[in-house]
Design a protein around this ligand. Sequence first.
Ligand code: NDP
Ligand code: PYR
Ligand code: MG
Length: 762
Amino acid sequence: MADSKSKSRPGTGITDQEALDFHKNGRPGKLEINPTKPMATQRDLSLAYSPGVAVPVKAIAADPATAYDYTSRGNMVAVISNGTAILGLGNLGALASKPVMEGKSVLFKRFADVDSIDLEIDTENVDEFINCVRYLGPSFGGINLEDIKAPDCFIIEQRLRELMDIPVFHDDQHGTAIIAAAGLINALELTGRDLKTTKLVCNGAGAAAIACIELIKSMGFAPDNMVLCDTKGVIYQGRSEGMNQWKSAHAVKTDKRTLAEAMKGADVVFGLSQKGAFSEDMIRSMADRPIIFAMANPDPEITPEEVARIRDDAIMATGRSDYPNQVNNVLGFPYIFRGALDVRATTINDEMKIAAVNALASLAREDVPDDVVAAYQGARPRFGAQYIIPVPFDPRLISAIPVAVAKAAIESGVARREIADMAAYARELSARRDPIASTLAQLYERVRRHQKRIVFAEAEEEQVMRAALSYANQGLGTAILLGREDLIQATAERAGIDLNRPGLEIVNARISKRGDAYIDYLYARLQRQGYLHRDVTRLIHNDRNHFAACMVALGDADGMVTGVTRNYSTALGDVRRCIDAKPGHRVIGISIVLARGRTVFVADTAVHDMPTSEELADIAEEAAGFARRMGYEPRVAMLAYSTFGHPPGERSERVREAVNILDKRYVNFEFDGEMAADVALDRKLMENLYPFSRLSGPANVLVMPAFHSAAISTKMLQELGGSTVIGPLLVGLDKPVQITSMGAKDSDIVNMAAIAAYGAGS
Ligand SMILES: NC(=O)C1=CN([C@@H]2O[C@H](COP(=O)(O)OP(=O)(O)OC[C@H]3O[C@@H](n4cnc5c(N)ncnc54)[C@H](OP(=O)(O)O)[C@@H]3O)[C@@H](O)[C@H]2O)C=CC1
Ligand SMILES: CC(=O)C(=O)O
Ligand SMILES: [Mg+2]
């Protein structure tokens, strides 16, 4: 039977089961460790381990600073928790905090290329915790404390800062405070308020809350205009119940005793407490144009929908990614540590925090340039009530925040390394980001706004059904499940999936009223290619790919996804019988390879076996157009085993000729060749040996000389090189169809469905 695990969590588009599967599938968890040096030969071993390793050991013993040169310390941060305040879920213990800590580690890597490991310490004793961490200094360039409850976190952080000579930063305190302060500055500006006269209520008096109010007081907020509340109500001078020295420091003289009383007439409210802590009446009682930051995770103190029902003049922010204005420390900790590590800072001080606040606040006021629009779901946001703070996928964060933090560290004297050329540093930082994730995020968002009907041709398969459900749950459109009802129902029962929800439709090819129209359409196409009417009838009644492709061809569905049960070329043949190439285009397969922070488009990985020169030139044009649509300025390398004529060989001539054809077509993108893959990808090699090359940087589109080299190299990269490969994506068809690999996972199938929907003109 279907259970709650198949129901989407409100507002998120994900089910509990999906969250569990995401963490469980493949290698459990979200993190693994990979070596950065070869470990293949006897010589490698002698260098990496005994005897070679003794040399850096002695060097570090003689000069500890060289540990930054010879070990991973300088780019390594520990995320450490005891699980006493996991998000807003409370004290669930060290072990239960591990998914969050692994998540923070992954975000360090994803957003700022900082290596990170999570350490969960199983004690609630403050001294034991401090003793456990204080000796770990040699291993790390920084310590990120996470989800430790107040007031223990204040003592722990303070003591560790005194004991350790690397940055110790409690993210829930300072990370949150930095982002909230940046959002507040901008919200005050938009509502024409002055920091010195604004009245603020902060609900919650724990780690995040105390740090937030301390930071904004240090920026000039009047202490008397701020009321702090906790589970016992207002923290007033003279209160004795549930107090500690950190709360006392912010107690005010007031006769208000409850949160409801405090919120009456308030300009701003910060929620750093728990789900549902704000009532509609409280929100109603606030001043005009109220500023509401409901930051509890995973569920805010009040939702934007609830606020919108009560009033339309609020500036509303939450800690979540699925609403506008995400005030969440993910906007801070990766970049703050990036800047601190790059100057080998001994600490993260107030100057560095305020520099981060200002950098973040100003970024939201800047015009969003074209190449950043992708991160904003394809729409260009303008500084305003719905956009007071950048989104986590904003590619400008990686250069703006670390530069500001590094500068502040140098100027305030806590840097152990200077950066002479800040502009070069900013460029280096930009090169660390990988734009594909923001491109995919944009793609999903566009599909969400222009929902499409996608037919899942193999819906009797469990992973396809899960993908269809996820497609509907994520609000991407309607998922059409093609298959026999009884089998679909049986699979759904087995998988615990509830099919009775909006956004899912079942279509049975055998009894569909549209069958005759599809037969007529297909017979007209195939009658002169050896197909009898009865052959076509059989194809439509018995073959899901033909039926689904005809649905798309005749407009009954906007796009199609298939491939789980049949090999690629068979599925492609089925589809091509029903759908032609777009006029003036060539159908090709493109694989997106994400490897070590780089994204490369490889073509043709699906269709042309041994392309002619003319076909290679077409493939280059299709691939360059696709790369551009995905937000990249294409630099196309026409690959071969030789480079610019050496070693000579007949096979490379075909590729050379393709370059000549592109020259004659006056295409509007950079291309060159023939060249070997190492020359195409290694800028230095290209500059040193072939300074005449017309590519202005390493290639990001690789046109392979033949299908076998394309398929072999992408599969090898995936299996041996640890790369992520998306695709092959079918490009150039007149209607959007995507074919997955056989046995693809549900998440891959949803990606393909979203890409098909995008291709349908989302
Ligand atoms: N958006 C973001 O980036 C971040 C959000 N947060 C969120 O802030 C919240 C607090 O986290 P953190 O400070 O680390 O936790 P702590 O355990 O340190 O503090 C929790 C505080 O919330 C108070 N509290 C709990 N429930 C209520 C309630 N119903 N009404 C009033 N006060 C309440 C507690 O009161 P008492 O002192 O009386 O026990 C305590 O002061 C969590 O929901 C967390 O997810 C935290 C960090 C970052
Ligand atoms: C975001 C975060 O760190 C928290 O909610 O605890
Ligand atoms: Mg936290």
